[in-house]
Design a protein around this ligand. Sequence first.
Ligand code: GLN
Length: 615
Amino acid sequence: MPDRRSPIQDFLEFLHAKYAEFREGEVATYIPELAATNPECFGICVATADGFVYEVGDSRQRFTIQSISKPFVYGLALDERGPEHMLTKVGVEPSGDAFNAISLHKTSGCPLNPMINAGAIATTGQIGASQPEPCFKRILEMFSRYTGHAMHVDEAVYESESLTGHRNRAIGHLLRNFDVLEGDPTAAVDTYFRQCAISVNCVDLALMGATLANQGVNPLTGTRAIKDTHVRSVLSVMASCGMYDFSGSWIYNVGMPAKSGVAGGVVAVLTGQLGIGVYSPRLDAQGNSARAIQVCRELSQAWQLHQFNPPFCAHTSRRMRCTGAERHSSRVRHPMERACLGEHGGQIHLVEIQGNLAFATAEPIIRDVVGCTGRRRGVILDFHHVTGINHVAAQLFAELADTLSHQGTAVFFTSTQQLPLLRQEVASHLADASAVEGLFRFRSTDAALEWCEDDLLRELMPTGPLKVDDLRVFEIAAGLADEELGVFSGLIVRRSYGPGDYVIRRGDEATSLFLVTMGVVGVWLGDHENGNRVASFSVGTMVGEMAFLDGARRSANVVAEGAVECALFELQDFNRLLETHPQLHTKILRNIGVSLATKLRKVNEDMRILIAERE
Ligand code: GLN
């Protein structure tokens, strides 16, 4: 075994050493073959819901699955026959009786639950036990999906139980009497004996548990072992009846759905987190492995695994919240526009959501958005850090978007590529396809924010600088005397570009600085078509001054978005000013410095919001 020095492995080894000394209980002997088991065998395995396996002791020792087969075969019956049918045959009430009790409902004759022998035989009977071969093949295949490898029957144990299992045969006939079983009851009982004699080890059990913890998908193979909607039904009967007449104390103290078998195995499941497999053949009076009970109880306490002690709180689903006054898009804007956004950007709301979204984690986000006061022009919900979403959460977000749009708020769901369910759910909820289109219009939050800013500025600055002729508008000309402005203007060359034209090409030598006098230019890493648009510049801003200052080659492509006009200032003209108009040269240099400082400050501000305000 590889050396895995981890505190988790250490704790399992500690537990194993501690309970190796614990020798209470007796090995089951009523199935003669089981009596030959070495009572000292002791293995523990924990498999995480993402498939990592920790194991200690005799974790690879094989033993028969026995009653641990029951919940899994019940899952197969639910998949094949459907829950409605199964509920007419087998109940879901704890019997409070021993595993082999003949607990049948007083009037219907149905077994009280699928975890006692009567319920398990009735369950096996539902998957076509009248044709034993194909039915058992399906059962074996089902177990292979859970464990990830082919499964086999321990023929000696099967023979042994088959020769002595008269009580189970009697139960079979009683079930036939009440028409819970149809056809020959001996076939159902025989298949049941076979399923109980399937050979497993602790790792198999832990992976079977981890598969249930992982919504029915084996985390190592990616194979679905059971329909996701039936996982909770299986876990429910394990929680209420899995440990027979010890089930109440078990769920109270250990808090994980579990199932035991008379060979000494126990599987326990913590939804979303892990599966546990323990093997130790000495059983207590209820027929549960005595050591496994101790180990699971102590594991649950040490790692706080009780299912009613959930590890997350709902408010952690909000990663960050801010307004358009605090965070700006990557569009570089004229100071006037920046000031306007600083004043009115509060009408744009941005929420970054994280984690897994279900009712309890979606609700605080919805409450937040609904509860925010003042005018709301735009709401952007960023799903980049959302790892999963269920139907309920997706529907709640669809309804929220619907209500907000009817109130005149532009709503955008961004970074949702990893959540196809969200779009499906929204599409099925909103009749209007264009509304769905609008909601998912922007992949990135930055693009949605830019749109919201433009929208806000269009309303608040309708006469804003769509086209500027006066160079005084630009930061580079701040503080220039009229005469100096005249000299500066005289050096300027005007140029026009059509949509998609390259203003600057990556790698080019930097010979000029660009003042955007009309339109918008986008900054692209990589191609205009395939690359990433990392920023954009509006009218009244300056582009390309960095390379202009340090002489480095252009680091990105700059492309016209629509019709664009620029005023170009050549590097050689700037250098010449040093001799002809040194004061003007200094002023321009200082203005470029100030402009760079402003850009840097914006980056710092974005970082502050990203890091410091992350909740
Ligand atoms: N095959 C065993 C029986 O029917 C299973 C019982 C159990 O594991 N508790 O008796």
